[in-house]
Design a protein around this ligand. Structure first.
Ligand code: HEM
Length: 466
C-alpha cells in the first residue's frame, strides 16, 4: 500500500468510526430512532421564555397540554425542556426512574442557599441528610412542639387584631417563627431577630440578577448569607459547650455520628427555612381567601374546632391543643387538601436527565430539563371534576395514587409536610373560633413571584367574633 492509499484508508476509517458513533447515538438500543416529544423550541436561546413569563404560567402550560398532550417539549431560560402532566409520567420521573433524573437549580440559587443543601443532591449524601431531616420532622418528633406552635400562633393572631394586615407578610412571620422553633427548639427566641434580619435581606436576592458587585441586591444578599452562617456558627459552638441533647433539627444534624461540617449544617438550615416559610405562608393565605369566599365551609370548620374546645372542657383536659386533637380535625384537614390542590402553589418542579431516557416512545435527551407539572395534574377535569371549584368534600374519598402531589413524590418529596399541616391546623383552630376577617380592596387577582398568591398578599382586617 503506497502512502496516499494509506492516508485515504485512515481517513475513511476515521469517517466510518464517526458515522458509526453518530448512528449509534441516533438509534436506540432497540434499533428504533426515537422521536423527541411533540412541541416547539421557539427562538434560538430565548426559546419560549417570553411566552411563559408574559402571562399567567398556567395558561402557557394548559394551552401546550391542549395542543400536544401530556408530554411536550419547549425551551425555557436557555434550556431545552420536556414538560409532563400525566400522573404516570410524574411517577416515572420522580419515583420509578428517579435515578435517571437529578434535581437541578440555577447556579445563583445554589450559591445563595448553599451548595451542600439537601435539594441539590442525589445518592449517599442526600440519603444521609434526608434521614436526619425526617428524624426531626416525623410525627414522633413534632408531637412535642404542638403547644409551642400554639403559643406562636396565638401571639401572631393577637398582634393582627383590629389592624389592616397583609396576610401573606404576617403568615411569613408566623411560618418563619415555627420553622425556627423546629430547627432550634425553644432557644429560637434568642436568635429570632438576628436571623430574621439577615434572612429577610437574603431573600430579596433570590430573584435578582446574579451580579455580585457592591450595591447590587445579589451582593447584599450574599453578605447577609455570610452573616447568617456566622450566627449559625455561634449557635453551634454554644450548643457544643453545653453538651445537651436536643430533639430539634439542629440536634439531629449535630448528633450525626459521621458528622456534618458546620458549613453543611448552615447550608441545610438556611435551606430548610427557605423550603418551609413561603410555601406554608402561601397556603395559609389561600385558605383565608377560600374560607372568606365560602361561608358554609368556614362555618363547618368553626363548628369542628369549637367541638374540640367543648370536648376538652367536658373531659377537664388542659386547654392546650394536643397532637391527638389535631387528628380530630377531618373537615379542616380537607380544607387544607383542597387548598393545596386548587392553589397548587408549587406548580411544578425541575429535574435533569442524567442520560438519554426513553419514555412512552419518546426520547428525553441527556441534559434536558424535565418538569412534572403538578398543577396541571391537580386541575385535570378527568381526575378532579370541575377542577376550578373549591370543594373540600371531594377529599372525602381518597384521591387515586399519584394524582395529588402537593408535597411532591419519591426521593425528594417534602419531609416537612406533617409540620406544615400541623402549623396550619393550629393557626386555623384559634383563628376560626375567635375571629372573622374581611378582605380590603380588590379580591380577585393572582400574583406570581414565584408562588401563586392572592393579589397584594390578601390585605385583610381581623376582628373578634361577636
Ligand atoms: C405547605 C407547605 C409546603 C409545601 C407545599 C411543600 C412542597 C414541597 C415539594 C413539592 C417538595 C419536593 C420538590 C421536588 O421534588 O423537587 C418539597 C421538598 C422539600 N421540602 Fe417542602 N413543602 C412545604 C413545607 C415544608 C416545610 C414546613 C418544610 C420544613 C420544615 C419543608 C422542607 C422541605 C425540604 C427540606 C425539601 C427537600 C427534600 C429533598 O430534596 O429531599 N417543606 N416541599
Amino acid at each position: 500500500m503506497d502512502f496516499t492509499s494509506m492516508l485515504l484508508f485512515s481517513f475513511a476509517s476515521i469517517v466510518f468510526i464517526f458515522l458509526f458513533r453518530f448512528l449509534l447515538k441516533l438509534f436506540s438500543s432497540t434499533g428504533r430512532k426515537l422521536p423527541l416529544p411533540p412541541g416547539t423550541l421557539g427562538w434560538p436561546y430565548i426559546g419560549e421564555t417570553f411566552q411563559l413569563y408574559s402571562q399567567n404560567p398556567n395558561v402557557f402550560f394548559a394551552s401546550k397540554v391542549r395542543r400536544y398532550g401530556s408530554i411536550f417539549k419547549t425551551h425555557i431560560l436557555g434550556c431545552p425542556c420536556v414538560m409532563i402532566s400525566s400522573p404516570e409520567a410524574a411517577k416515572f420521573v420522580l419515583v420509578k426512574g428517579a435515578r435517571l433524573f437529578k434535581p437541578t437549580f440555577p447556579a445563583s440559587k445554589e450559591r445563595m442557599l448553599g451548595k451542600q443543601a439537601i435539594f441539590f443532591h442525589q445518592g449517599d449524601y442526600h440519603n444521609k441528610l434526608r434521614k436526619l431531616v425526617l428524624r426531626a420532622f416525623m410525627p414522633e418528633a413534632i408531637k412535642n412542639i404542638v403547644s409551642d406552635i400554639e403559643s406562636i400562633a396565638k401571639d401572631s393572631i393577637q398582634s393582627w387584631e383590629g389592624r389592616l394586615i397583609n396576610t401573606f407578610q404576617e403568615m411569613k412571620t408566623y411560618t418563619f417563627n415555627v420553622a425556627l422553633l423546629s430547627i432550634f427548639g425553644k432557644d429560637e427566641v434568642l436568635y429570632r431577630e438576628d436571623l430574621k434580619r439577615c434572612y429577610y435581606i437574603l431573600e430579596k436576592g433570590y430573584n435578582s440578577m446574579p451580579i455580585n458587585l457592591p450595591g447590587t441586591l445579589f451582593h447584599k444578599s450574599m453578605k447577609a448569607r455570610k452573616e447568617l452562617a456566622q450566627i449559625l456558627g455561634k449557635i453551634l459552638s454554644t450548643r457544643r459547650q453545653m453538651k445537651l441533647d436536643h430533639n430539634d433539627l439542629l440536634g439531629s444534624f449535630m448528633g450525626d455520628k459521621e458528622g456534618l461540617t458546620d458549613e453543611q449544617i448552615a447550608d441545610n438550615i438556611i435551606g430548610v427555612i427557605f423550603a418551609a416559610r413561603d410555601t406554608t405562608a402561601s397556603v395559609l393565605t389561600w385558605i383565608l381567601k377560600y374560607l372568606g369566599e365560602n361561608p358554609s365551609v368556614l362555618q363547618a370548620v368553626t363548628e369542628e374546632q369549637e367541638a374540640i374546645i367543648r370536648s376538652k372542657e367536658e373531659c377537664g383536659e388542659e386547654k392546650f391543643l394536643s397532637w391527638a386533637d389535631t387528628k380530630r380535625m377531618p373537615i379542616t384537614s380537607r380544607v387544607i387538601q383542597e387548598t393545596l390542590r386548587v392553589a397548587s402553589i408549587l406548580s411544578f418542579t425541575f429535574r435533569e436527565a442524567v442520560e438519554d431516557v426513553e419514555y412512552d416512545g419518546y426520547l428525553i435527551p441527556k441534559g434536558w430539563k424535565v418538569l412534572p407539572l403538578f398543577r396541571n395534574i391537580h386541575h385535570n377535569p378527568e381526575i378532579f371534576p370541575d377542577p376550578e371549584k373549591f370543594d373540600p368534600s371531594r377529599f372525602e374519598v381518597a384521591p387515586k395514587p399519584n394524582t395529588f402531589m402537593p408535597f411532591g413524590n419519591g426521593t425528594h418529596s417534602c419531609p416537612g409536610n406533617e409540620l406544615a399541616k400541623l402549623e396550619v391546623l393550629v393557626l386555623l383552630h384559634h383563628l376560626t373560633t375567635k375571629y372573622r376577617w374581611t378582605v380590603v380592596g380588590t379580591n380577585s387577582g393572582i400574583q406570581y413571584g414565584p408562588f401563586a398568591l392572592p393579589q397584594n398578599g390578601l390585605p385583610i382586617r381581623l376582628t373578634q367574633r361577636s
